[in-house]
Design a protein around this ligand. Structure first.
Ligand SMILES: Cc1ncc(COP(=O)(O)O)c(C=O)c1O
Ligand SMILES: N[C@@H](CCOP(=O)(O)O)C(=O)O
Length: 469
C-alpha cells in the first residue's frame, strides 16, 4: 500500500513512513493511494468475528508490506481485549429508541474513543522503531481526550519522548489529571496559554520545520493527521453495522465532530464497501463545518470554550481529506483551496457541484450548550441512560437530520460522562463513579509545565528535554 499527499507535491510513502510522520512535506495529509475494497459477500462473511479478527480484516490491507500479518494479529489481541477495554464486546451498542443506538466507544483505558487507535498506534510504533533502532519525539495537541489516550498508548514504548500540548484551564479536571498524573520520565504535559487551535497550529508548524530536533530525531504525530489513527477508527463502523444486520441493510451514523477524524473514518468505511446511507456532522457552537455545509461559507470564527471541550476546535484538520476526494484527488486544486481556507481572511466557498456531492452523504447540525444539556436530560428521562455531552450533541443532530426512520441511526458515543463534571452537573445528575483503575485519580500527583503560546518557546522546551542526557 502506498500513500499520497492531498496536496499532490510530496513523495509517496509506505505505511511505515506514514506512521512515522505527521504532515506531508507539501503541508498536505497522507491518504491511501488506492482504497481497499470489500464485496458485500466478504463483509457479510465477517458477521460473527470477534473485534480483534474483524480489525485484522479491515486494517491489514493498509499495513501490508510493512507489518507482518501475525505481528498485527498479536498487537490487536493485546489491544482489544477485555482487560484493556472494560467491556467484553469492546464497542457495545446501546439502544436508546426504535432503530436508534449509541455505539459506546469509551470502555478503553482513558474512557474516550481515542483509545481504539492510540492503543494500537503505541504498539505499531514500538514494532517499527525497534526494527529501525530509532528514537522519535511524539508531539500532539489535545482539547482533552487525545492527550491522555496518546500518553497511555505510548508510555511503554521504549523509543519515544512524548510532548502533549493542551489549552491551559480549558480541559475538564478529569481530562487534565488523566494526562498529568501518568508517571514516566519521557512524558511531558505542556499547558499552553492559548486555545486548542493555537496548540494544533504549533504542532503543524513543528512538522513543517523540524530543525529544533537538530536532524537527530523525527517528529511523530498522534493526532488524527496521522493516517494510522483513521485506519484503526474505521473498524468500529464495520463492527457496529455487522451487529445490526449490515451489510445487508444500510446504516446511518451521527458523529460528534471536531477535527473530522472520526467521521472521516466512517466515510472511509463506506468507500471500502460498507453500506452507509448518511453521515451526520454534529458540532457544538464551534460550527465552521455546519456553516460550510448549510450555507457554503467557510469562515473560521474565534474559538468558543464550551461544556464539550473536546470539540472546541475551529479548524478541522481532516476535512482536507474529504475535500481531496470531492476535488477528484486533484492535489494542485486542493493546495490552492487550502491556501485560501487557511488564510482565514475571506469567506471561502466550495464549487457548487463539489458541495452537492458532499451533501449526498453528509448532513450537519450545530448544537448549543443549553440544547446539549436538554438532550442529556431528554435521553435520561426516556431511558435512564446518561450521555456524555459530546455524545448528546451527536444524538440531537441525529434526531434533527435523520432521513429515513427505517435505517438504524447510530450515534458514536465518543466519551464517558464521568469525564465531564460541568455538563453532568448542569444537567442535574450525580457524577458517575470513576472506574476501578482511576479511583484515586483526584489524589494523584500532577506534573505539567505552563508555557506561552509561543512556538519558539515550546520548541526550545521540547529540545531541552529531548536532549537532556
Ligand atoms: C469526546 C470527543 N467527541 C468528539 C470528538 C471529535 O472527534 P474528531 O476530532 O475526530 O472529529 C473528540 C475529539 O476529537 C472527542 O474527544
Ligand atoms: N478532540 C481532540 C482534539 C484532537 O483531535 P485528534 O483526533 O486529531 O487527535 C482531543 O480531545 O484532544
Amino acid at each position: 500500500m502506498k500513500y499520497i499527499s492531498t496536496r499532490g507535491n510530496a513523495p509517496e510513502l509506505t505505511f511505515e513512513d506514514v506512521l512515522l510522520t505527521g504532515l506531508a512535506t507539501d503541508g498536505g495529509l497522507y491518504v491511501p493511494k488506492e482504497v481497499p475494497q470489500f464485496s458485500l459477500e466478504e463483509i457479510e462473511s465477517w458477521r460473527d468475528l470477534p473485534y480483534t479478527e474483524l480489525a485484522h480484516k479491515v486494517i491489514y490491507p493498509f499495513v501490508e508490506g510493512c507489518v507482518d500479518s501475525d505481528a498485527l494479529k498479536g498487537m490487536l489481541e493485546a489491544v482489544y481485549n477485555n482487560t484493556n477495554f472494560g467491556h467484553k464486546a469492546i464497542a457495545p451498542l446501546q439502544q436508546i429508541d426504535h432503530n436508534e443506538y449509541v455505539l459506546e466507544l469509551f470502555h478503553g483505558p482513558t474512557l474516550a474513543f481515542k483509545d481504539f487507535a492510540l492503543q494500537l498506534l503505541g504498539r505499531l510504533l514500538d514494532y517499527v522503531l525497534e526494527r529501525r533502532h530509532e528514537k522519535v519525539v511524539i508531539m500532539g495537541a489535545t482539547s482533552g481526550d487525545t492527550g491522555s489516550a496518546a500518553i497511555e498508548g505510548t508510555k511503554a514504548c521504549r523509543n519515544v519522548d512524548i510532548f502533549i500540548l493542551h489549552p491551559n484551564g480549558k480541559v475538564s479536571e478529569v481530562q487534565r489529571r488523566q494526562m498529568t498524573t501518568v508517571e514516566g520520565d519521557n512524558i511531558y504535559n505542556i499547558a499552553i496559554e492559548g486555545n486548542f487551535d493555537q496548540a494544533q497550529d504549533m504542532v503543524k508548524a513543528s512538522f513543517g520545520d523540524q530543525q529544533f530536533l537538530r536532524g537527530e530525531r523525527k517528529l511523530v504525530a498522534v493526532n488524527s493527521i496521522n493516517w494510522a489513527r483513521i485506519m484503526a477508527q474505521i473498524v468500529y463502523y464495520f463492527y457496529s453495522s455487522l451487529n445490526l444486520g449490515g451489510p445487508l441493510r444500510p446504516m446511518a451514523y451521527s458523529v460528534p465532530t471536531g477535527n473530522f477524524g472520526d467521521i472521516f473514518a466512517g466515510y472511509m468505511a463506506r468507500k471500502m464497501g460498507l453500506p452507509i446511507e448518511q453521515l451526520v456532522i454534529a458540532t457544538n457552537s464551534n460550527d465552521v463545518l455546519h456553516r460550510l455545509m448549510s450555507k457554503n461559507q467557510y469562515e473560521v470564527h474565534p474559538l468558543q470554550h464550551t461544556i464539550t471541550p473536546s470539540m472546541d476546535i475551529a479548524v478541522s484538520s481532516n476535512f482536507e481529506r474529504l475535500l481531496f476526494d470531492l476535488y477528484d484527488r486533484d492535489g494542485a486544486a486542493l493546495a490552492d483551496l487550502m491556501t485560501r481556507m487557511n488564510a482565514k481572511k475571506d469567506v471561502v466557498s466550495l464549487a457548487e457541484d463539489k458541495l452537492a456531492k458532499a451533501r449526498e452523504l453528509f448532513d450537519s447540525y450545530a448544537v448549543d450548550e443549553n440544547t446539549t444539556v436538554a438532550m442529556m436530560q431528554e435521553v435520561f428521562n426516556e431511558t435512564g441512560y446518561l450521555l456524555d455531552p459530546h455524545t448528546a450533541i451527536g444524538v440531537k443532530a441525529a434526531r434533527e437530520c435523520r432521513r429515513n426512520n427505517n435505517i438504524p441511526m447510530i450515534t458514536l458515543g465518543t466519551a464517558h460522562p464521568v469525564k465531564f463534571e460541568e455538563a453532568v452537573q448542569r444537567a442535574g445528575y450525580d457524577m458517575p463513579k470513576l472506574p476501578h483503575h482511576l479511583t484515586d485519580l483526584m489524589e494523584r500527583e500532577e506534573r505539567l509545565n505552563v508555557l506561552p503560546a509561543d512556538l519558539a518557546e515550546v520548541q526550545a522546551f521540547i529540545a531541552a528535554n529531548t536532549f537532556k542526557d
